[in-house]
Design a protein around this ligand. Structure first.
Ligand SMILES: [Zn+2]
Length: 187
């Protein structure tokens, strides 16, 4: 049943209209920004003036712009309307700052569809792969080489390390030769 709530709302409306004279939450946000910039509560008459002017200005200027302006206000006084009149800061940049509708997950400032940064990244990746492929480097071996370089940089090799590596190489070579012999004998 919708009749009852409608009637109730109609009855409530005149009361709410009077309450609407109270500052809107946006005007309150402007005042809060002013008092924050001021470093404390404004005098009662100043609060009333800022709220009044904020409500009036909100009809023609975006909230973010008024908040920016009101933050500058304490050094100039308490007349937000005059300060806004004198301000040369554009109040239309919001559209530019709003960003894309479907932002790229990697580059949130760009549209996902046909993201030029992703295309550039892909191209760099493609070239790197082509370069690696020409030289027979796969990702795993490239990572391994990088890891061992980092390891070496962290732990400079000592003469003992070199002896140990040489021994390991000899042992590996011996194993390889004996495996070859075993293969030869098995034929
Ligand atoms: Zn992207």
């Amino acid at each position: 049943m919708e009749a009852a709530p409608t009637t109730a709302a109609a009855v409530d409306l005149p009361v709410q209209r009077e309450v609407q004279e109270q500052p809107t939450s946006e005007a309150q946000q402007v005042l809060a920004a002013y008092e924050e910039a001021l470093g404390g509560p404004a005098l009662p008459n100043v609060r009333a003036k800022v709220l009044d002017q904020a409500a009036e200005l909100l009809a023609v200027r975006p909230l973010w712009w008024l908040i920016d302006r009101v933050r500058e206000l304490p050094q100039w006084g308490s007349d937000l309307r005059i300060h806004c009149e004198k301000s040369k800061v554009s109040f239309t940049k919001a559209a530019v700052l709003q960003g894309p509708e479907n932002p790229c997950p990697s580059h949130p400032r760009l549209e996902a569809a046909g993201c030029p940064q992703c295309a550039a990244d892909d191209e760099v990746d493609r070239r790197r792969r082509a370069f690696d492929a020409e030289r027979g480097i796969d990702d795993a071996s490239a990572l391994q080489a990088l890891a061992s370089l980092i390891q070496q940089a962290k732990n400079p090799r000592t003469p003992n390390d070199r002896k140990r590596d040489a021994a390991a190489r000899q042992a590996a070579e011996a194993r390889r030769q004996s495996a070859q012999r075993a293969e030869y004998l098995a034929r």
